[in-house]
Write a new protein. Structure first.
Ligand code: RIB
Ligand code: CA
Length: 307
């Protein structure tokens, strides 16, 4: 995760979801430099009273490129300019992210663990390269990333065609889609659908709730709401897709990730031509629609349950 505003809401949703057991979180450079995204992960978990969740630090930069943060969206420290306290109890797991994930996966049966990447795919690419046996034991990957031009909202947010998580480290994403395990991408096509976004009315409902998680979510996201008029909770949709896949319609296609520079850097191209799946190349399952109201009911309902 590159905690981040919407990464934070994804954590809070996961913490309130009995369908999931969070075995750990690894931080990656993305929305903000690694020192911020890692520290923000501790800030959110401590504020949520969940110092039991282990956190490891991953890549401070993409596989081959220099890191380029998105502080204009996520605020100067990556946590929406909010006043969430600095961690006082939690420290990082001493293992680097790849060893941390590998140990957890090896300690479980094959096919038990789902990775939910919500930042650049750098840590996942390192896992593939450095711990292939552990990577092969994963059940699947459900990631937030990509813009597949499958809905009116399926354009990019960095360039006209590129979504940030893929754009930030396109080489990592290009390696990831070659994997033999199932990959589902929850892209901007659905995460920027207004029916599933937090507008000022819904944000007020969070802020007015007595539930501490709702208040935390409101505090972290208010600057984004003020700046952009809406809070697209991209990463929480990836978590929701694991909790209740029925929230999304999906299709599977051959995929190509563009790694060349310029306006196509990080473009995620799916081949929807009839018969395209007969090719032997990499495939990906992509979300083609979201039940926005039901997603919000899940998210907001679980963040305001202790009202
Ligand atoms: O493009 C949206 C994605 O980029 C989200 O994961 C957001 O947190 C940023 O990382
Ligand atoms: Ca993110």
């Amino acid at each position: 995760m590159d905690v981040g505003v919407d990464d934070s809401l994804a954590i809070l949703l996961a913490l309130r979801s009995p369908e999931l057991e969070i075995l750990g979180i690894t931080a990656v450079a993305g929305n903000a430099p690694l020192e911020n995204t890692a520290n923000n992960t501790l800030r959110v978990l401590e504020a949520a009273g969940r110092t039991d969740i282990p956190v490891a630090r991953g890549a401070a930069k993409p596989l081959t490129r220099e890191p380029e943060a998105a502080l204009h969206v996520h605020g100067n420290d990556g946590l929406g300019g909010s006043s969430v306290p600095q961690p006082t109890q939690m420290t990082f797991d001493e293992r680097p992210a790849v060893q941390f994930i590998s140990d957890i996966v090896i300690a479980h049966e094959p096919g038990e663990i789902t990775l939910i990447p919500t930042g650049p795919m750098t840590n996942v690419a390192h896992l593939m390269r450095e711990a292939p046996d552990a990577f092969a034991r994963l059940k699947d990957i459900v990631l937030m990333g990509g813009a597949f031009a499958l809905t009116p909202y399926g354009h990019g947010n960095v360039t006209t065609v590129s979504e940030f998580n893929i754009w930030a480290d396109p080489e990592a994403a290009a390696e990831l889609v070659q994997a033999d395990i199932p990959i589902t991408a929850i892209g901007l096509d659905v995460t920027t659908d207004p029916s599933g976004s937090i507008n000022s009315e819904r944000h007020q409902g969070l802020g007015n709730s007595a539930d501490p998680y709702a208040k935390l979510a409101a505090m972290i996201s208010v600057q984004v709401l003020e700046r952009f008029g809406v809070v697209n909770i991209h990463d929480a949709q990836a978590v929701a897709a694991v909790i209740d896949p029925s929230l999304f319609r999906t299709e599977t296609y051959p995929i190509e990730i563009i790694t060349q520079d310029g306006s196509v850097r990080g473009q995620t191209i799916v081949d929807r031509r009839p018969g395209s799946r007969r090719s032997s190349g990499p495939e990906i399952t992509v979300a083609t629609d979201v039940d926005g109201p039901r997603f919000l009911e899940l998210l907001l309902g679980r963040l305001t349950q202790e009202a």
